[in-house]
Unconditional design. Structure first.
Length: 281
């Protein structure tokens, strides 16, 4: 019996000591931190931002500023591009930056978030834009890393350095026109097994980008180059042709170079000629 009383007394003392040692009264409820509504914050940020001078808004809700504008071909949704970018939250916290790494990024426009796919198609090479991307065109409820929160819009400064490859533009390219500074070149008298170079300058005289699809020579002794990028209207590029007559390929020589482009007709024929002498031993 004495043991039971001792247990009861010990329990009461323990409860009394614990309640006295607490800094808070027993009837006080500890409040939880208020949840931040990042979605509402993002909506409010974009609504205010779109009213600023110089900010444009597309039908999808993508907002952008033109920091540097250029003329020329623009990438299609499947193009591979090279860019520099600097990505932040609306508050300016940096989460990714090729500029800070001093290393341009390369990727296909069909491999990135929707805001990038749409935004890059507005730009020509050398242009620099600032994009304000709604969460629907970014990561939505599933962000990556600790800095980007759910439903948070993103801010990117993007410079389009190069359009590396754009297969879709070649297939769907509208017809344009071109003009060469010359259609033939005579090297005169040359020696066998010598390199002889000439330049054909081609100008886009039409309204759409000029895409040189292929340049083919009629002989292995003739090597032409091909412009790697579309030529903007009013701009020019060069096709270098190297004629290297082989040993024993003597006397009058005439070769052709076929240039195929998005023109009508699609093919332009260039001609080179030379009189080849035997080289001195």
């Amino acid at each position: 019996m004495k043991i039971s009383y001792l247990i009861i007394i010990t329990s009461i003392l323990t409860l009394f000591i614990y309640s006295c040692s607490s800094d808070l009264p027993l009837d006080v409820v500890i409040e939880q931190p208020e949840q931040i509504d990042y979605k509402k914050q993002g909506v409010d940020f974009l609504a205010k931002n779109k009213k600023r001078a110089g900010v444009f808004t597309t039908q999808s809700g993508l907002q952008y500023e033109i920091l540097k504008n250029t003329e020329g071909p623009k990438p299609t949704p499947t193009a591979k591009v090279q860019v520099h970018y600097h990505g932040t939250t609306p508050d300016g916290d940096v989460f990714d930056s090729s500029v800070d790494r001093n290393q341009p990024a390369e990727f296909g426009l069909n491999q990135v978030i929707k805001g990038w796919t749409e935004g890059l198609q507005l730009m020509s090479e050398g242009a620099k834009y600032k994009f304000y991307i709604p969460q629907e065109l970014a990561y939505g409820a599933n962000p990556s890393g600790d800095i980007i929160k759910p439903f948070m819009p993103l801010v990117f400064e993007v410079e389009l350095l190069d359009i590396l490859d754009d297969p879709e533009s070649k297939v769907n390219a509208p017809t344009t026109t071109l003009k060469f500074d010359k259609l033939s070149h005579d090297f005169g008298t040359v020696k066998e097994e010598s390199d002889n170079k000439t330049i054909f300058t081609v100008t886009n005289t039409g309204k759409f980008p000029l895409i040189i699809d292929d340049v083919k020579a009629s002989c292995g002794c003739t090597t032409p180059s091909k412009p790697t990028k579309p030529i903007a209207p009013g701009r020019s590029d060069k096709i270098e042709v190297v004629f290297h007559p082989n040993q024993g390929q003597l006397n009058n020589q005439s070769k052709t170079v076929r240039v195929m482009a998005n023109t009508n007709p699609k093919e332009t024929m260039l001609k080179i000629s030379a009189f080849v002498e035997k080289k001195q031993d």
